[in-house]
Design a protein around this ligand. Structure first.
Ligand code: GLV
Ligand code: GLV
Length: 326
């Protein structure tokens, strides 16, 4: 009897085929969004589940999944999983770190550049037929080279962004993190550790790359935005809940800060309606890791974790290795 696997959402068909060699797979090629009740129902007879950031696996969901032994999350962020609850009942959880680091850092920079140089606003303006003559003051933006890049959350992705800023754009890089990097890594990233307050005060472009947890819900609200420079821009490629979107919209409207670039939103795929009315914000639909190669690598790593666990009792990137058999 092969283990039964629920693949909650559409993923690359060839990856599903690979999984079929090891699992009795219940997949979702139509990509129908499952309600929580449907999820619960589907999960009941399953030994494993492959999730995306949209599915919330919490204690209440787990209470009705007595067969479940593994949850493989196709994302590096795993705030959609209640890790302590999974661990308490011995369910292995895995994520997809490393394979998306450079791609996500590339996108962080794409958003930073687009925001600073008003790329999407300029294109809208052109398509709307406003370009009738060259003018010295058309769509003036803010320089990236030589400016101060602030990074909140200095994990692998934060470090990859720091390297791009320091080495590629000659930026002065400052960061804040729960812990300071070792001196060698700091030197390699050419990044200087500062307090949260200094980070807010000194950054010209502030990039958020910290994992979401209840403790940093709305870590960036009006109080923090007020500490930033009026010329500064804020880039969020972490998770929506970290920024108070209503406060941000207000700050963008009244000039508390100059601009923002957002790839993630509180309550996505809903976007705060006030943000949609503003020109000085670049909005993208949670695509920071979305290169062809990287999304494939993430799906394959999610599959490899499942296969490794059910064939060998191991995992490549476990989040709670303490539940693995010894
Ligand atoms: C995407 O948001 C991820 O966490 O990988
Ligand atoms: C986040 O998990 C990172 O790798 O920075």
């Amino acid at each position: 009897q092969r283990p039964r696997l629920l693949v909650t959402r559409a993923i690359f068909p060839d990856v599903v085929e690979r999984l079929r060699q090891h699992f009795d797979v219940m997949d979702n090629p139509e990509d129908a969004l499952l309600s929580r009740d449907q999820m619960r129902e589907h999960l009941q007879g399953c030994d494993a589940v492959l999730t995306t950031p949209s599915e919330i696996i919490d204690a209440e969901m787990l209470a009705s999944c007595s067969r479940l032994r593994m949850c493989s999350n196709m994302a590096v962020g795993y705030n959609n999983l209640d890790l302590p609850a999974l661990t308490a009942i011995g369910v292995l959880a895995t994520n997809t770190p490393n394979v998306l680091t450079e791609t996500t850092a590339d996108f962080g920079f794409a958003l930073l550049l687009a925001t600073a140089r008003r790329v999407t606003e300029a294109e809208r303006w052109l398509r709307d037929g406003h370009w009738t003559k060259w003018r010295y003051d058309t769509l003036l933006g803010c320089d990236v080279h030589g400016s101060t890049l602030g990074i909140l959350g200095m994990g692998r992705i934060g470090q990859a962004i720091a390297r791009r800023g320091a080495h590629g754009f000659g930026m002065k890089v400052i960061y804040h993190n729960r812990s300071q990097l070792d001196a060698v890594t700091e030197q390699e990233c050419r990044a200087r550790y500062v307090s949260r307050e200094a980070l807010l005060r000194e950054s010209d472009h502030l990039v958020l790359v910290l994992p979401y947890s209840a403790a940093n819900h709305h870590a960036i609200g009006m109080e923090e935005l007020r500490q930033m420079k009026p010329t500064a821009s804020l880039i969020n490629i972490a998770r929506g809940g970290i920024v108070d979107d209503a406060a941000l919209a207000q700050a963008l409207r009244d000039g508390t800060i100059a601009a923002a670039g957002l790839d993630v939103y509180d309550g996505e795929p809903q976007v705060h309606p006030d943000l949609l009315t503003l020109d000085n914000v670049v909005l993208t639909p949670h695509i920071a890791s979305a290169s062809e190669a990287t999304r494939r690598a993430m799906a394959n790593l999610a599959a490899d974790n499942l296969i490794a666990f059910f064939t060998r009792g191991e995992a490549l990137t476990p989040l709670n290795p303490e539940v693995l058999p010894r």
